[in-house]
Write a protein that binds this ligand. Structure first.
Ligand SMILES: Nc1ncnc2c1ncn2[C@@H]1O[C@H](COP(=O)(O)OP(=O)(O)OP(=O)(O)O)[C@@H](O)[C@H]1O
Ligand SMILES: [Mg+2]
Length: 530
């Protein structure tokens, strides 16, 4: 048995409400739907506002007169403001939720020609999300026959969306490809990471943290995220970039947050600062772990509230920007050591992506080699290729544990630049590859940390032998000095516990005295080998 057709529609207070005596000469969307021979609705579910009761009665009577087999069911709705999206959606969604749909026996159509635009959009959304299991029906006055008009049924069945879905998928693939600089990477973890970043780049303006050792491509990725956002119309302002390791003291505050004229000696003019330059755009703070604690506090406020205080200003300045932070330090360890604010880490950790080192993506070395050679060609106009044997040798070495790729893409890029530049006649030969492998090995070996197997053999700065007890302690103190930006900072880290107990009054002094016992001061401690 064919299913019964049921039409849902809002009473159109304007279009359905023609002057009484001339109403049959005019197109009235709701009534006209029931004047078509090929559409035989068993029921009209007429949604109308309480104050429109009289018009609802007239329309219902006229529907029954042109289509005697149609029953009319009145459903009252109440919009305080028919242009308020949230309210209209809620009211219509309540109607949908309460309605006893019987899909086995009934076929539903939702008429979207009547009601405010807001109501029409809400009905569309309810059908599209299947909260109302229906197709849409749209009517229009264009017709050769009087008041009857025309109608068309729009099926939002998701299979009809295949073409659209395919478009979205293609766009997503393009975005991911763009982030990967068109390199056909194979590493599953890396590819998943790029897919995730593509999603986030298009949808979020929250901070992004890019972590990973030096040379894994954090800076390059930050620039590409910005470019991608520009293509997706997700950002309007500019890309502003600074390496926090280059910012020190007053200069750090002024560079980031700007300053008034005369804010400090030499401040002859007022300056906006990088945060304001990034307004509406993207601020990339590389090596964010190098930022001082005061700058961190100001930055947090700027991210959360969009305001900050330029140096020497008495009124806060405003800027809204997306932050991408880069780090090759373990920021959680910095928080534990009191060098990084926990609240700032929590805020920038919202989207945090750890880029894997090249040694963990050995299957990606080959596509990256191709990419580097293509880049060399683009830059120099000189096409360089590997001799077959040379290529196999290089790739085998590159993927072996002997290749540590300490500086990641910087090492790989440098190796290929040397090979391409030296290649006789544009051909990279086997001997050239052997020479390069030796060079890479030697370079990495120089940077390997010498192992102290027996700390008891250690000596102090004056060459005096040390007890194992002192050597172990001194080694850690030196490490903290190297990782700190000042004597006071190192002191704070080393005496963090006694500080909270107020047991020691001057950490810096205590550290200075400790170092002096071994013939060291802070500067020489910082410069010490590990
Ligand atoms: N496939 C690649 N992905 C990323 N970077 C690459 C790639 N190929 C070459 N490079 C180059 O490697 C170098 C290092 O990249 P980048 O500066 O983005 O690393 P980083 O992680 O920001 O390093 P650092 O922590 O030292 O700032 C750049 O010169 C970059 O152009
Ligand atoms: Mg970088």
């Amino acid at each position: 048995m064919a299913k019964r057709t049921v039409i849902f529609g809002l009473l159109g207070s304007r279009l359905d409400g023609a002057a009484h005596d001339r109403r049959w000469d005019q197109w009235r969307p709701t009534v006209s739907l029931f004047q078509h021979d090929d559409l035989e609705p068993a029921r009209l579910v007429l949604l109308s506002q309480t104050q429109e009761g009289r018009l609802a009665e007239i329309v219902a009577a006229d529907v029954r007169s042109v289509s005697p087999n149609t029953a009319v069911e009145h459903v009252p709705v109440r919009f305080k403001d028919p242009w308020d999206f949230a309210e209209v959606f809620r009211v219509l969604d309540d109607v949908a939720r309460a309605y006893p749909f019987d899909r086995d026996n009934e076929d539903y159509l939702v008429h979207i020609t009547t009601g405010t635009h807001v109501a029409q959009i809400c009905l569309f959304l309810l059908v599209e999300t299947r909260r109302i299991p229906a197709r849409l029906v749209q009517s229009s006055p264009r017709s050769t026959r009087g008041s009857q008009g025309n109608y068309s049924i729009i099926d939002l069945d998701l299979s009809r969306y295949d073409a659209l879905a395919a478009r979205f998928a293609a766009e997503h693939r393009e975005g991911v490809d763009f982030l990967k600089a068109g390199i056909a990477t194979q590493n599953a973890a890396f590819n998943r990471l790029m897919e995730r970043i593509e999603h986030v780049a298009g949808r979020s303006t929250d901070p992004i943290l890019l972590a990973g050792p030096t040379g894994v491509g954090k800076t390059q990725l930050a620039r590409r995220i910005f470019e991608l956002k520009r293509r997706l119309h997700a950002v309007e302002g500019s890309f502003v970039e600074v390496n926090c390791a280059t910012l020190r003291g007053d200069h750090a505050m002024a560079t980031l947050f700007g300053h008034e004229r005369g804010a400090f000696t030499g401040a002859t003019a007022r300056r906006d600062g990088l945060l304001r330059a990034a307004d509406g755009g993207l601020l990339f703070l590389d090596e964010i772990g190098e930022l001082g604690l005061d700058e961190q506090a100001m930055l947090l406020r700027a991210i959360e509230e969009g305001v900050f205080l330029p140096l020497g200003a008495d009124k806060p300045a405003k800027s809204r920007f997306q932050l991408i932070a880069g780090t090759n330090r373990d920021l959680a360890a910095d928080v534990r050591a009191g060098r990084f604010r926990e609240d700032l880490l929590a805020r920038i950790d919202l989207w945090s992506f750890a880029l894997p080192p090249l040694a963990e993506r050995r299957e990606d070395i080959e596509p990256n080699v191709e990419h580097e050679l293509a880049r060399h060609f683009a830059q120099t106009g000189r096409r360089v290729t590997f001799a077959a044997e040379a290529r196999a040798r290089f790739l085998t070495f590159a993927a072996s544990p002997a290749a540590v790729w300490r500086a990641n893409f910087r090492d790989l890029g440098a190796a290929l630049t040397r090979l391409a530049t030296l290649a006789p006649g544009g051909r990279i030969t086997a001997p050239l590859v052997e020479e390069e492998i030796e060079r890479l090995r030697a370079g990495w070996a120089r940077l390997e940390q010498p192992r102290v197997d027996s700390p008891s053999a250690a000596t102090d700065a004056r060459g005096e032998p040390l007890d194992r007890f002192d050597a172990v302690q001194l080694a850690d103190v030196l490490r903290v000095c190297r990782e700190s930006r000042s004597l006071s900072e190192a002191g704070r880290t080393l005496f963090a516990v006694s500080r909270t107990k107020k047991a020691s009054s001057n950490d810096a002094d205590r550290l200075r005295k400790y170092l002096a016992r071994f013939g060291l001061d802070y500067e020489s401690a910082r410069a010490s080998d590990s």
